[in-house]
Every structure is written in C-alpha cells, then in structure tokens.
Ligand binder design. Structure first.
Ligand SMILES: Cc1ncc(COP(=O)(O)O)c(C=O)c1O
Length: 366
C-alpha cells in the first residue's frame, strides 16, 4: 500500500533522541525544547515560540492567551479540520462560519465582514492543504474592527504569502507537528507570536499557571500542554531539513501536476501568483467530466494499493455541532462542494517518482 503520508526521519532524529535519554533530559525541560521554539519561531518571522502537545492544544492555548471566553465569537472557515472549531468551543466561545472560495479552497475573505458582530473577537484563517489564505484583506478587516487574527498554519509550514511565511502574519499563530505534517515531532504543536505579553501568557497557561512569586500558587485555570524534550529533539532534527522537506512536497506536486494536467475532470491544486503553496497534501477535485465519482475513484485506487483521503467534512455538517444547536439551517455551498469532490493523493516527502507515476497511471486507467 502506498500510504497517504508517512514521515521522513532521515536526519539526526535518532542521535538527538539518544542524547535526551543518555543525558536524562526526557521531560519538558531541556535544550531541544528551547532551541526548537527559538529556531522555528524565527523561521516564521516571529520572536517567540511556545511548544505544545499538539496542533489542537496550540489553537486552544492561542485563544486562551487572548482571553477568548464564553460570549465571544470566533470567525473560522466552514471547510477545515475540526480542531479549529473545537479550540473555540474549549474556550466556551462560539465558532461562526465563513464559506470557502472556489479558487484557493480557503476562507472567502469577502464574506468575513458580514459575520462580524459586537461579540466577535478573533478571525481564524486556516491555510488549507498548504495554500496560504489571502492575508492582506483579513489583516485589514481585523484592524478596522479591532479583532485579533490567529492563523491556523497547522498544514502550512514554510508556505508564503507575498514573500512572508504563513504563521508569521497574524497576532498569534499555530502549527501542528503530527506525523503527517511537513515537519513532525510525532505529536506536538507550537504557538508563535511577536507579542511578548501574549507569549508570556501562553507560557504561563501551558504549564498550569504557577505564579512567578510562589510555585504551587495559581491564579488562573490552566493546562499541561508541555512538549517533551524528546519530541523537540525530533523536531530539531526535522527543522534542520525543513527547506528540503518543503521542496520535496513541491516537487511531488509538480510531478503530479504534469502527469494529471490533461486528464478531463480533474481540477489540480491551486497556487495563486502571490502564494507559495507547500502542498502539505496533494489535493484534487473530481468533476463530473471525469466520468466516475470521487468515491469510485478512491475505491479503485485502494484496490490498486493506493491510499487516499476525502476532504474535510464542513463544520455545519458535523453531528457534534448540530447536537449543540450550532449552525442550524446554515449552508456553505463551496465547502459542501469541496467535501463532495475533493480527495488527496499520497503526499509523503519521501514519495518516489515511480510511485507518483504509478498513481497517475492508475487514475488515467479509470
Ligand atoms: C487545519 C488543522 N488545524 C489543526 C490541526 C490539529 O493538529 P493536531 O492533530 O496536531 O492536534 C490539524 C491537524 O491535522 C489541521 O489540519
């Protein structure tokens, strides 16, 4: 089976992990945590990095550090991975949805303003499948309405918007280092920001909010979201090769594009002129002209040993939110269409040229 995504651990991962074990630094203090936070944040154009246990906890920590709470509203895309919405719910706040737009599959910036109310506190763009959102208008709307921007850059390490790294544009931004991400720590995440106060708050809240004056004295309800030194050791080894790992994802995409561009009914992944897409996943849409449905294609590919995944199911169609009375009667037509037509193909950084050719041949033989 060609898996949809596996990590590439061909750098100094084992050496650095062994170092943690030999030196006894296996918990959340240690040099790799500090180094990883510092280097990755700088790579994104930010001063401060705060590691966490996952992308999901990074999102929660970012919102909690902005004091998002019950009664607040957070604007998110309808088409995203559910962790974006869960982070809002964990804070007791309400997610408010904006449809995707058909070109980049990201949040439609033209529909944000109509969703702003006096309760809105944050806009949370998600750079879906590695393609950046159109950040200038989002930052402008946020500044005009006095809102924070929290980028969910879980899928977009190294992607660029007009030459700036995604995850370095909003006020507080979040990454995931799950094993299928462009760089991984196994499980893990990071909050990055240029705002010292928010960084301090995030550091406090991720570690049970021990007061500075006295340990075991607490003034906030906080969390244990501490990444271990072992995870950060893997992260550092991965980070040392981040440019190559991004380049490998882009190389996969170019090859897929060149082999699939003439196939009727396949819409290739976008890359706007202002964007550097990192193709976290090589995602395509199956249109009617293809002659077979997306699900039929997925089934056929599975029979040939090729693993695929359908796009995310939109937030307004999630039973968990419907049961909470959220998004009742709402429809987001582009997000719904993407969920119906979209799939992603094997996208590992270590994918071989022959494998991509085999996958494309299998698609063409449908
Ligand atoms: C857009 C987005 N946000 C958040 C997350 C959550 O990250 P994690 O799985 O590390 O909790 C993911 C994970 O895939 C994601 O794709």
């Amino acid at each position: 089976m060609i898996p949809v995504c596996v990590p590439l651990l061909e750098g100094k991962e084992l050496e650095y992990v062994t170092d943690c074990i030999k030196t006894n630094w296996i918990s959340s203090k240690g040099k790799y945590v500090e180094e990883f936070e510092d280097k990755f944040a700088k790579y994104c154009g930010c001063k401060y990095g705060i590691t966490t246990t996952s992308g999901t906890t990074a999102l929660h920590l970012a919102l909690a550090s902005l004091n998002v709470k019950r009664g607040d509203e957070v604007i998110i895309p309808a088409s995203t991975m559910i962790a974006t919405a869960f982070a809002v719910i964990y804070c007791g706040a309400t997610p408010v949805l904006v449809d995707a737009e058909p070109e980049t599959w990201n949040m439609d910036v033209n529909q944000i303003e109509e969703k702003i109310t006096e309760k809105t506190k944050v806009i949370m763009p998600v750079h879906i499948y590695g393609h950046p959102c159109d950040m200038d208008p989002i930052m402008k709307i946020a500044s005009e309405h006095d809102l924070y921007v929290v980028e969910d850059a879980a899928e977009a390490h190294g992607a660029e918007y007009k030459g700036k790294k995604t995850g370095g544009i909003g006020d507080v931004n979040c990454f995931s280092f799950y094993a299928n991400k462009i760089i991984t720590t196994g499980e893990g995440g990071m909050v990055v920001t240029n705002n010292n106060e928010i960084a301090e708050k995030a550091r406090l809240l991720k570690d049970l909010a021990h007061s500075k004056e006295k340990r075991f004295l607490h003034t906030d309800v906080a969390f244990n979201y501490r990444m271990t030194n072992i995870q950060a050791a893997i992260g550092m080894a991965q980070f040392e090769r981040i440019d190559e790992l991004v380049q490998r994802r882009r190389r996969n995409a170019y090859l897929y594009n060149s082999l699939l561009k003439d196939v009727d009914g396949i819409e290739l992944p976008p890359e706007k002129e202002w964007a550097k897409n990192v193709y976290w996943m090589y995602a395509i849409l199956i249109e009617d002209e293809f002659g077979r449905s997306r699900d039929e294609l997925m089934k056929k590919l599975e029979e040939k040993g090729i693993e695929t995944r359908m796009f995310f199911i939109p937030m307004h169609e999630q039973p968990v939110f419907q049961a909470m009375g959220l998004f009742s009667g709402e429809h987001y037509l582009v997000a719904e269409e993407l969920a119906r037509k979209g799939l992603y193909l094997p996208s590992s950084s270590g994918l071989k040229e022959e494998e991509i050719k085999y996958i494309c041949d299998a698609i063409k033989m449908m």
